[in-house]
Structure formats: structure tokens, C-alpha cells
Write a protein that binds this ligand. Sequence first.
Ligand SMILES: [Fe+2]
Ligand SMILES: [Fe+2]
Length: 288
Amino acid sequence: MRTLLHLSDLHFGRIDPATLAPLLATAEAIRPDLVIVSGDLTQRARRGQFREARDFLAALPQPQIVVPGNHDVPLYIVALRFADPLANYRRYITDDLEPYFRDDEVAVVGINTARSLTFKGGRINERQVTRVRERLCELPDTVTSVIVTHHPFDLPEGHPPEDLVRRARMAMEAFVACGADVIASGHLHVSHTTHTAIRYKLPGRSALVVQAGTATSTRERGEPNSFNVLAIERARISVERRVWRAADRAFVPGAVEVFDRTAEGWERASPPESAKEEPPPVGRAPVG
Ligand SMILES: [Fe+2]
Ligand SMILES: [Fe+2]
């Protein structure tokens, strides 16, 4: 079994500082095999914010797969936004925009979906999809594959299709054809878990889609700060939510969802164990 800690939307520059030490302590206690961070490390892509994010990542367990989000592209520094949109991200976080982790049980590939030309939307292109296919298609059947992006490939109820990463269907068809098992994303600041058979209706195969909420930011969208713990076995994946309880200054165990591998791909094995899986409020705040 492999344990993945899935954090997202840290938003240094607009964090709740009370969450940081408890998050580090919880991460240490979980002892993950890998930490994945699905983008929006900063609020405004400023150097000081990236330095804070860098120091926080350094205090988390290793190894890590990190991808940028739309907030990691400077919005107002126009020259930088178009000339070298991820200059600060590459300088302070990593210059690897196609990070890859592989051991004998899991393969995890990160994709950059942040772009200069859109303020908050994301996009994936054919070159990126080809790179992912090269990695996933060669994997033996014993390895579970995970794709990490900032922008989502599926949405909770109440979110319009415009919130999906652009070219999602093209990418998903390729990923699923190569046996992708899990797509892990962020951006919406809402926790959500589903599988691709519902939206994409791809024959014969269904991947698991896992959205993380915001781990540390005050930009919550109607739910407390949270992150995910994925326990990955070849035949079963459980997604456990850890939820910030401010009164206790702790991330406490939340809903656990279990998915089983079937001949048609990943299917839900049990209903959510808490009432927390209700759809988010319909009066939507802008996504982040
Ligand atoms: Fe975002
Ligand atoms: Fe965000």
C-alpha cells in the first residue's frame, strides 16, 4: 500500500497561520510515501509569498510532486505575466514543470495547467498529454497511476462546465486509454470525489477523480480547510478527508470514501461515511 498526502491551494499571502503547525504535525504523523500539492501555492505570485511556500514545503515530508496553479502566475505584473509567467515559481519552488515519481506500486505525474492568457482558467495541451501517455502507457499492470493538475477534470454539483480545465475531454480520453487510475486536482476550494464514467462516459474504463479543498487559505468556499489522504492498493483506494476544526486547532478525520477496481475501472464501494458530502452551496463564490 502507498499513502499519498494530497494538499492544494495553500495560497501563501492569504493563509490562516493557525493551520500551519497542525498541518505539519498531522503530515508527520501520517508518514506519507509521497506528498502531492495541486497548485495555488501563493495568493499573488510574489517572491515573499513563494519564499514562505518554499519553506513550508521544505518542512513537509518528502518526496513531493508539486504543480503550479493560476495564482502562481502574476496577475498584475504584466511584463512578467507574459514574458516568464512561472519565473518565481521556478526560482523558489521547482523548475521541473513535469514532475514524475515512480516506485513499484505507484506512478505519479504532475501537469502544469496554469496559463498567462486566462486569469483563472486552465488548459492542457497535446504535447503535455503525449508526455503523460509516454509515461503511463508503459507501466506494468501492478502500478497504480496518479495524475496531478491544478485545474479540475470534474466538478461538484452547482459548478458550470467553464470551471473544467480546457481540452479536458481530449486529455481524459488519452489518459483513460492508457489506464490512468486517479486524477487529483484543486482550484475550486471544494472537496469532491467522483469517477470519470459519469461525465465522460468512456467505454470500459473509469478513473477516480479527487478534488482537494484549500489546506491553509482563508479563501474557503463554504467548507473548512481540509486535505486528503489517499491509501492506494491495487484493488482498492480510500480517500480520507482531514478537516480543520478551529476550536481544537487540529485537522480531524472526516469522510472516508472507498473505491474498488472492477472490470470497468474504479467504482464507489461505499457511500460517504458522513453527511459532509452534500453538494456545496449553489450561490457560488468565484473559484480560486
Ligand atoms: Fe486556482
Ligand atoms: Fe486556489
